[in-house]
Design a protein around this ligand. Structure first.
Ligand code: SF4
Length: 179
């Protein structure tokens, strides 16, 4: 039996920059892993999120698979956290929201500069794109939001250590950033 806090993480329509920032807590990771264990995350080989205390979600929702993964996290995580600008407001991937999806696909695969063998990918294995990139709180209930692109390592550290201490997470003004 373990009394460690179980954490799952995933990147939806994100760049893994938020995950990299999390790892920037550097040697504090050694202290953290005395108190937490990881479920589904880039650090493990676990394919599906199981019962967890905390789910950290990077990236917005751009396709049907993102919706499925996000709902699975919501179902299994007691606390679900939107990590970074992309999860909170769609971020950079949401720039495509200003262009109709059909035009995006045509430009990317049919008419763009340097394209050879133009064809829009249609393999049934590929997840269907949503018409727009959505922030994750439009799909499921989110408990906490960590702003920034990415949130700093100190934000992750303060947020998680507050939770581990049984306290309501509180981020100081200095830790909050929106770029
Ligand atoms: Fe990458 Fe920034 Fe989006 Fe995080 S918020 S996934 S660092 S673009």
């Amino acid at each position: 039996m373990t009394d460690k806090i179980r954490i799952a993480t995933t990147s939806l329509a994100g760049c893994f920059g938020c995950h990299m920032s999390f790892l920037d807590i550097d040697e504090r990771l050694l202290e953290l892993i005395q108190h937490v264990e990881f479920d589904r995350s880039p650090l493990t080989d676990i394919e599906h999120c199981g019962p967890c205390d905390i789910g950290l979600i990077e990236g917005g929702v751009c396709n049907s698979e993102n919706v499925h993964v996000l709902r699975e996290f919501r179902e299994h995580c007691k606390i679900l956290v939107a990590v970074g600008a992309c999860a909170i407001n769609g971020g950079l991937p949401a720039m495509r929201n200003f262009v109709p999806l059909e035009d995006c696909l045509n430009e990317s695969y049919m008419t763009g500069i340097g394209i050879e063998n133009p064809q829009i990918p249609n393999d049934p294995e590929l997840p269907l794109l949503l018409d727009k990139v959505r922030p994750i709180h439009e799909i499921v209930k989110i408990d906490y939001f960590l702003p920034g692109c990415p949130p700093s390592a100190d934000v992750f550290w303060k947020f998680l250590t507050d939770l581990l201490a049984g306290q309501e997470p509180s981020l100081t003004y200095e830790l909050l950033r929106y770029d």
